[in-house]
Design a protein around this ligand. Structure first.
Ligand code: GLC
Length: 409
């Protein structure tokens, strides 16, 4: 597929999914791209960051507007919600199909993988806009400090999520045991999640209490790898300053904790830690590879991840890599999971992360193959939410925003 065709396709989606207006509940102007007009008509945190990165290739002002809108949702304690319901009239339909943790009717009380500082850094690098950077910095420092002070109760450098959706990989099989999942369907997932939500009900909004209650407490490898990436971007954005040192030290601490606590030498993969007791969850998923996005990951670990997992045809090296769960896993579901997502299909956002990571670690051919195969998925099936890792069949939502990340691969 020619670059111009990809750009045209991406532009169509980003423009069609563009929402602009003034919210009647807070009087603020918004301008952002929703993930999908039919399935996901609001602003999602990490989707928004991905949209802004794709937009850098098409419309830099809109990339800034996307982030400015997201940052305008930051609360006074620093937290930024994973969904902002800008257009409230669309909420009843959405909530009839999904459950969302909320302390306010207008946004969720859920976080998502903290890639925002990286996105702001990319926009700043592309535009040199000092005003944009200066307006962003207090929001970013507030958010990353919120993560550290609220989400790392044992102060080991690893932040914890309290629900699977906070890691962005909602129904991944790595959560099955902690959720006590009985029925392996999306309905079973929602039922299990509802129990967690019910237990949280009296504590909603008090994350310290929720974490101490130890109901669902995951030090998640994907989240923490992205946390390191974000902290390093933030430190660079802050320049030569004590604040920059603060975030740069935190990044090293998180990297060291991933290596010390999550790396499993026998399996050759990284595992999440479940509960206050930090039991390793020995289920390999795409998340187990995500520390590759850390530039200074020790070389022997990079090689193990690449040789044992990424390029192994019975694990992640399917015809259209990289599946969200290795093909060798008995729970691997490559086809249409009817909303039971992150259990087999390949996603463009994880391919974006990992193709860049592999290139930086000296694997340009592997990275090129992932990019080519991702393009083939889009060529064959359009910009879909995820793809069948053997056939490139498009699955999930149509005209899906973050698949336009292909422009940045
Ligand atoms: C699903 C995905 C999540 C994403 C959201 C909106 O819940 O698992 O990562 O942010 O959809 O696209």
């Amino acid at each position: 597929m020619e670059r111009s065709e990809l750009e045209e396709g991406a532009r169509n989606i980003l423009l069609t999914n563009l929402r602009r207006g003034v919210a009647d509940w807070n009087g603020k102007e918004y301008s952002f791209v929703c993930p999908s007009l039919t399935g996901y008509p609001f602003q999602w945190f990490w989707d928004s960051c991905f949209h802004a990165i794709a937009l850098l290739h098409l419309d830099q002002d809109q990339a800034k507007a996307e982030m400015t809108t997201l940052m305008s949702g930051a609360l006074s304690d620093g937290f930024i919600p994973h969904i902002i319901f800008w257009e409230m009239e669309k909420q009843p339909d959405f909530l009839s199909r999904n459950i969302v943790g909320m302390t306010s009717p207008n946004y969720s009380s859920t976080m998502q993988p903290p890639i925002i500082a990286y996105t702001v850094e990319r926009i700043y690098q592309a535009t040199g806009d000092e005003d944009f950077k200066n307006a962003a910095l207090p929001v970013l420092t507030g958010f990353y400090r919120w993560l550290r002070t609220v989400r790392d109760p044992d102060d080991d450098g690893l932040i914890a999520v309290i629900q699977p959706e906070e890691a962005g990989t909602d129904c991944s099989p790595k959560y099955d045991e902690a959720l006590g999942l009985e029925e392996l369907t999306n309905r079973g997932f929602i039922t299990a999640l509802r129990k967690v939500y019910d237990a949280y009900e009296p504590m909603r909004g008090d994350d310290h209490r929720i974490l101490a209650a130890d109901i669902f407490h995951f030090e998640d490898v994907l989240v923490n790898s992205i946390y390191v990436m974000g902290l390093r971007s933030l430190a660079r954005l802050l320049g030569d300053s004590p604040e920059a040192d603060e975030f740069s030290r935190e990044a090293d601490k998180t990297r060291d904790a991933l290596l010390a606590k999550c790396w499993d030498e026998e399996a050759g993969a990284f595992f999440d830690l479940s509960g206050v007791a930090e039991a390793p969850v020995k289920v390999v998923t795409i998340s187990s590879l995500m520390p590759l996005i850390i530039d200074d990951l020790p070389r022997p670990i990079v090689e193990r991840l690449v040789n044992d997992w990424v390029t192994a045809p019975d694990h992640f090296w399917t015809p259209y890599p990289l599946p969200s769960v290795p093909a060798s896993d008995p729970k691997f579901m490559p086809g249409n999971p009817r909303g039971f997502i992150w259990r087999g299909p390949s996603w463009i956002n994880t391919n974006w992360f990992l193709s860049h990571a592999l290139r930086r670690h000296g694997y340009p051919e592997l990275a090129d193959t992932i990019v080519t195969r991702s393009q083939e998925c889009i060529e064959k099936s359009g910009f879909r939410e995820y793809y069948h890792p053997y056939t490139a069949e498009g699955l999930g939502a149509r005209d899906f925003g973050w698949s336009t990340l292909i422009l940045d691969m």
